[in-house]
Write a protein that binds this ligand. Structure first.
Ligand code: FPP
Ligand code: MG
Length: 320
């Protein structure tokens, strides 16, 4: 994905991370550095930077805000890998497998708290309000997901609501903050907020497909984690909607079993494929990418707008 127009800014974001990690407790920098420098895609910082530049903002605060949003994202990943019992993240051992769950949760708390400290220091109540709202909804989404674990009655609507909260809302906050920094009109801020929401939904739809179809190597995570954790995601929901009672029972037994073997996983994947669950989910993701791009039609053509369009396309083309 070509993001060369914000390359310099993204480099500045990377170096500000290091400064923000400094603490008298060495474990914080160790765990923080491990996850922050492990090759994240930097989607949120890129969206925030591009969105601010699209609205004519040229100052340094966009870099600070982009780092803060990535800090929050990193905090949620540290917590999420504990919740999901994940062992690999971005091709490396997850922090919880190296330093334990306690350290992961607590360093996540540090990053999360530090983010709000830095925001207060910046002093823009609009940004503070956008991120306070987004992180509250994000936590709500993650808890909703927990409540819906192994729930075969989960509807497509509930699933969409869940992924909007747990993933799309933070991405949308990034594009909205960019608009706020550029003092965009209400109409433009709304368009960018929607752009972020659509991109975020598409992102999670693809993430949930890749959990079935990617390889561990390309994804940098262990595939099949959703199924093993009892997460009923859209590819499975769509297949279950078309299945016979007998098939539903067979799949339910697998999901509820003590240990899901490779053979079980392949059986579920075959079932999903038989009903086109992954294909339909990817189709929906492409529709959301197109909606995201349409939100940008309000802005005159510019290198920033084109980069945001490319970024939306990348979401459905990626393999990790
Ligand atoms: C990844 O989903 C997880 C999220 C997008 C949100 C995680 C949120 C929390 C743990 C709660 C809030 C925490 C704070 C600090 C406010 P996934 O498991 O589908 O993706 P993955 O495959 O990359 O793990
Ligand atoms: Mg996870």
């Amino acid at each position: 994905m070509d993001l060369s127009i914000v390359d310099e800014d993204l480099k500045a974001v990377e170096s500000s991370f290091r400064g923000y990690l400094s603490s008298r407790v060495p474990l914080i920098a160790k765990v923080g550095k491990h996850i922050l420098t492990s090759g994240g895609k930097r989607i949120r910082p890129a969206i925030l930077l591009l969105s601010s530049r699209l609205n004519g903002y040229q100052g340094q605060r966009a870099i600070r805000m982009a780092s803060i949003v990535e800090f929050i994202h990193t905090a949620t990943l540290l917590h999420d890998d504990v919740v999901d019992n994940a062992d690999i993240r971005r091709g490396n051992p997850a922090a919880n497998t190296l330093w334990g769950s306690e350290a992961s949760v607590l360093v996540g708390d540090f990053l999360f708290s530090k983010s709000f400290y830095l925001m207060v220091d910046d002093g823009d109540l609009r940004v503070l309000s956008i991120l306070a709202e987004a992180t509250t909804q994000l936590a709500e989404g993650e808890i909703l997901e927990l409540v819906k674990t192994a729930d075969f009655g989960i509807t497509r609507h509930e699933y969409m609501d869940l992924i909007t909260s747990k993933t799309a809302v933070l991405i949308s906050a990034a594009s909205r903050i960019g608009a706020a920094l550029g003092n965009a009109t209400e109409e433009r801020e709304q368009a960018l907020k929607d752009y972020g929401l659509y991109v975020g939904i598409a992102f999670q739809l693809v993430d949930d497909c890749l959990d079935y179809t990617a390889t561990n190597e390309s994804l940098g995570k262990t595939i099949g984690t959703d199924l093993r954790e009892g997460k009923v995601t859209l590819p499975l929901i769509l297949a279950l909607q078309q299945a016979t009672e007998e098939e539903k029972k067979r799949i339910q037994d697998i999901v509820l079993s003590e240990k899901i073997t490779q053979e079980d996983f392949r059986a579920v994947l075959g079932f999903i494929d038989g009903y086109g669950g992954v294909e339909m989910t990817l189709h929906l993701a492409r529709e959301h990418v197109n909606k995201a791009k349409r939100c940008l039609s309000l802005f005159p053509n510019s290198p920033e707008r084109e980069a945001l369009e490319r970024l939306a396309d990348y979401i459905v083309q990626r393999d990790r």
